[in-house]
Design a protein. Structure first.
Length: 300
């Protein structure tokens, strides 16, 4: 059962990656991507009353636990801001593979903070998944575009912070309950959004964007954030049922789904995305998908 929740993350996140790229290119090319985070915060705020009704015990958490869980939400938003700044200057298929580093960071942090040590079979599965996805970044023809140092720094920071946020979430979720941890994580995300709006320049950019494209921008952002939220909740729930490093490795198959969705978009909506659909490239990615699938079977 946990595997289904773990796989929901990469599927939904892959779709969200392409929507993020479309939003950044279409509406945020001349705006700071921090403004996009306000929409994420707003979705979290909208979820708070529903969670409070579903799990009223969330409101009775002690101050220390609630504060650390809120910090987890703040960290997640910071990581996503790094990611959006990276995707503003790179293609989605270039940025996505960097999330493999999150698995390594998660493995180390889970050992240090949670005492989790996956068995050798699961570690072998993690290794296969990471190897399969990393292989997608290597162009056998030697024509791969060099990675910018700024992108490397941004995505290294993003993956470390995502790993830390996920481990903190599990640490408190297993000691209280899933929905209480989720509630205070969303509070932290809302605080991040409020901090962005507190800056006059960001507030003006946000207001200008909403005035210029109210229906398209709000509806597309709302749909994207709900997709992203569904993936995030699925993965967070899976971490309560299995070692977090294993769930992180399965989540890293996002890259495979990014390529898959990119291929579909290239075929049916080339104005949105362009992927190399040559026979050699499709065979290479098919082989990587098969190795990743074997890794998932071992890990599960």
């Amino acid at each position: 059962m946990w595997l289904l929740f773990a796989l929901a993350g990469p599927i939904f996140w892959a779709a969200s990656t392409h929507i993020d790229k479309f939003l950044v290119d279409r509406y945020f090319r001349n705006s700071d991507t921090a403004v996009l985070m306000v929409f994420t915060a707003l979705i979290g705020v909208a979820m708070l009353p529903f969670i409070a009704l579903l799990a009223p015990q969330a409101l009775s958490q002690d101050a220390a636990s609630a504060s650390v869980m809120a910090v987890s939400g703040l960290l997640y938003m910071g990581a996503m801001l790094f990611y959006l700044r990276a995707i503003q200057s790179e293609e989605a298929s270039v940025v996505a593979p960097f999330f493999q580093a999150s698995t390594i960071f998660t493995l180390l942090l889970a050992y240090l903070l949670l005492g989790e040590i996956p068995g050798w079979r699961r570690i072998a599965g993690v290794a296969l998944i990471v190897a399969a996805v990393v292989s997608l970044t290597i162009d056998p023809g030697g024509r791969r575009r060099p990675i910018r140092g700024r992108t490397l720094l941004l995505m290294s920071g993003a993956t470390f912070v995502v790993a830390l946020s996920g481990v903190l979430f599990k640490y408190f979720a297993v000691r209280s309950d899933f929905w209480s941890a989720t509630f205070w994580t969303f509070v932290g995300e809302a605080m991040f959004g409020a901090a962005i709006l507190a800056r006059p320049s960001y507030r003006r950019q946000f207001a200008a964007l909403v005035r210029k494209n109210p229906s398209a921008l709000l509806s597309l952002n709302a749909a994207n954030e709900l997709i992203n939220l569904a993936g995030g909740l699925g993965v967070r729930f899976a971490t309560l049922l299995a070692p977090i490093a294993v769930v992180s490795a399965i989540s890293s198959t996002t890259t495979l789904f990014v390529f898959g969705f990119g291929a579909l978009l290239s075929r049916f909506a080339p104005a949105i995305a362009q992927e190399d659909l040559s026979r050699r490239n499709l065979l290479r990615k098919g082989a990587a998908a098969a190795v990743a699938a074997a890794g998932v079977l071992l890990a599960s």
